[in-house]
Design a protein around this ligand. Sequence first.
Ligand SMILES: Cc1ncc(COP(=O)(O)O)c(C=O)c1O
Length: 415
Amino acid sequence: MPARDARAKWGYQAHADEVGKLPSSFPRTIGPNAMAYLQEVVDSGLTVDMMGRFERAFAEAYGVRHCIATPGCTPALAVLAAAFNFDPGDEIIVSPVTDYGTVQGLVAEDYIPVFADTEPGTVNLSAETIQPLITERTRAILVVHKTGIICDMDPINALADEHGLIVYEDACQAVFGEYRGRLAGTLSRAGGFSFDAEKTMGGDVGGCIVTDDDELAERLRFMGQSRGARQREGFGRMHTEPGYAYRMPQCTAAICLAQLEIIQDQVAQIDRMVRLLSELIGEIPGVTPLPIPEYMGMYSAWMFGMSIDPEQFTCTADEFAAQLVDEGVPGAGTARYYLMPEACTFLQRWASERRYPYSMPPASRQHSYGEDTCPTAHEFLDTWIRWATFCEKYTEEHCELAARIVREVADRNRR
Ligand SMILES: Cc1ncc(COP(=O)(O)O)c(C=O)c1O
């Protein structure tokens, strides 16, 4: 048995120990109207509908018919999973390199996550990696736009149409990012967002779902905000489905509304800086930044990542990252923990013990999870280094400094 691990940290606490010469997203830049909106919540005695105001403002900014606000993206995706109402044991094909929040709702509904491998050289899945996994039990594809790089959605949607599958997006790391002129989160049936403290649009613990599907939107409100209850005349609440009380708190909505007023300028700055940084890092032999596909418009980068070529250096990626930290790159490290089939040890256990829903029925075949579930992603993450979240505070000088540090560490360890 390994020594007992400490509980995982979140929000600022996850970054509190990071020091360095580059900007940190903490303390967060908060929109100038936040205090006025918070004051309204308090002064009104909780009678203002700040959540509704945020929903309308976000839907308008996003050009969609509906925004359903939640207390995070984990709840947003859980509500979507519940709303789709698939059967236990049904399979959802999902990105393997992501946060647990992508997977939680699938698990809660007793669906089976089937992790598609990544496209070589990236952290995202593709139509090619999804296609071989489609079975008669596949019901949906849940894509993640990891680090803000948007998956190539046209081929994924075409493949899904061929097989009658729903596609939906975890757009947590890509708020206001663009794919062929359209916004991340609007490229499929629905998209989930996170406004947790660490995210690009940091708003404490918020999130939302966007969709143009009227029927789905109504069902999401019913399942996610009304707890699956209907108001029956002469009786009161009838709980016709097991829904959630996942409403965005009014104070969070006040902060999110203020953040929405400043986010697009911030994303434009992030886009300029991440492209500059990628260019500078790309000039260093043996170091390759994540490729920015030509179909991307605005690149809303939540994180900057780069691969190092093990053939060219005498050190491991972990050692390389540790030296970056020593030289002032905050939070640099490899990120193997993002590989869900490896990180979700409970899934490995359930599948190997054939625990429900991995028993047959409801599953129709044996599933297993581990480091070899997605070999391309596993190998890629071995030599992929990223540092603490990218943010609007980066200037050209910061990008030049970051590239200089990476070059120095690379040259020091060159074979
Ligand atoms: C890709 C992705 N999905 C889901 C989540 C969960 O979001 P939240 O913290 O709002 O529940 C995160 C947050 O880190 C994320 O990065």
